[in-house]
Write a protein that binds this ligand. Structure first.
Ligand SMILES: NC(=O)c1ccc[n+]([C@@H]2O[C@H](COP(=O)([O-])OP(=O)(O)OC[C@H]3O[C@@H](n4cnc5c(N)ncnc54)[C@H](OP(=O)(O)O)[C@@H]3O)[C@@H](O)[C@H]2O)c1
Length: 333
């Protein structure tokens, strides 16, 4: 059954989006470099314009889809127009790709953004029946009021901040506040009708006091992500947790030298997916975004935790059957 979003959310969504449009007199704050320097990450080039970055997001997603010859997402029977996916962390590296990919599949999407003006600069003007924008900060329980979740069937949460102190911690936006308190607030606010919460987490969360993870965890990022995970697991929420390796390829935060040099979003497509916390490696943001979207529809991924890496080679692209096989085989490896 198709949702009538305009009937449900007439004034709020449009006013926020209009506000966002009016506010967009300047490019959004360029994402601050992740302080994952220990993992080789370097600066985002400040000269990279908003339009260019947006073209890259959309282009990267289109490239991903073009590489999948079996089923174009729009024609895939597994994508239903009855979904309304709330994306939290949509202005981030993985989040941008998730949103672009949902839009390319004609899946109705709602964004929860601390700064709604970023929606226009990142995703352009969109029909509000397809893309809604709400303002909110997961640290504030009051921002997660029931209207945020009205009609929402699925949530993909890819919030995060830097592992080490940086400008992105301004206003106390620390790992403790975002990865622990923000996730706890979210879980406490979720409606019982939610069909799936997909949470992007990190490899190493179960080993935060063991080298080399303890270096990454100097300011607690892995510990607080684990606390967030544990709170999700202790709830009755139908969740899927995706523990990502070090993020590579494309947009546009935590931009790393590898990506700058190779300037490719197309090679690291072969997916390594398993359960537990054994992997040590990297994963393309495109692959993480695709895994999040594919997991939404797979019953076998409900209340499961996966870890994901990707390596050069052909991957599942956006083929639902290949992803199903990957998730199912992850049960045993
Ligand atoms: N970087 C890595 O190598 C790595 C490795 C493993 C896992 N991860 C994790 O993977 C996830 C995605 O990574 P990424 O690089 O795509 O993240 P990112 O670019 O740092 O984006 C983080 C997103 O979270 C949002 N956010 C931050 N604080 C928030 C708050 N208080 N309330 C609401 N939204 C908030 C940001 O919005 P604003 O625009 O408002 O700041 C942004 O949209 C993160 O959880 C990250 O920690 C990263």
């Amino acid at each position: 059954m198709a949702l009538s979003l305009s009937a449900r959310l007439p004034s709020c969504s449009s006013s926020v989006f209009e506000k966002a449009h009016k506010l967009t007199t300047q490019p959004p704050i360029l994402p601050f470099p992740s302080n994952l320097a220990a993992c080789g990450c370097t600066l985002l080039p400040a000269s990279m314009g908003v339009a260019r970055r947006r073209r890259q997001v959309v282009g990267a997603v289109e490239e991903q889809h073009n590489q999948t010859s079996v089923l174009a997402p729009k024609q895939s029977p597994s994508y239903s127009s009855s979904k309304l996916v709330l994306v939290i962390g949509a202005s981030g590296g993985v989040g941008q790709l998730v949103v672009a990919s949902l839009l390319s599949r004609n899946i109705k999407t709602r964004l929860l953004l601390r700064d709604p003006s970023k929606a226009i600069s990142l995703f352009g003007l969109q029909d509000e029946n397809t893309l809604e924008v709400r303002e909110g900060d997961t640290r504030n329980q009051n921002d997660l009021d029931p209207t945020i979740f009205d009609g929402v069937t699925h949530i993909i949460c890819c919030t995060g901040t830097t592992a080490f102190p940086s400008k992105r911690w301004d206003g106390d936006n620390t790992p403790e506040r975002v990865d622990w308190e923000g996730i706890r607030n979210l879980v406490l606010a979720l409606p019982p009708t939610l069909e799936r919460l997909v949470l992007v987490s990190s490899i190493g969360v179960t080993k935060y006091n063991v080298l080399p993870w303890s270096i990454m965890n100097l300011f607690g990022v892995l510990k607080f992500k684990k606390m967030g995970e544990d709170f999700v697991r202790s709830s009755v929420v139908p969740f899927t947790i995706i523990r990502a390796g070090r993020l590579t390829d494309g947009p546009y935060t935590s931009y790393d030298l590898n990506t700058l040099l190779k300037a490719t979003a197309g090679k690291r497509r072969a997916v390594i997916l398993s359960q537990g916390d054994k992997l040590v490696g990297e994963v393309s943001r495109l692959v993480v975004a695709e895994a999040c979207i594919q997991a939404l529809d797979l019953e076998c991924t409900k209340r499961k935790i996966y870890e994901i890496n990707s390596v050069e080679g052909d991957g599942p692209g956006s083929d639902p059957e290949k992803w199903r096989e990957l998730f199912e085989s992850a049960e045993t490896n």
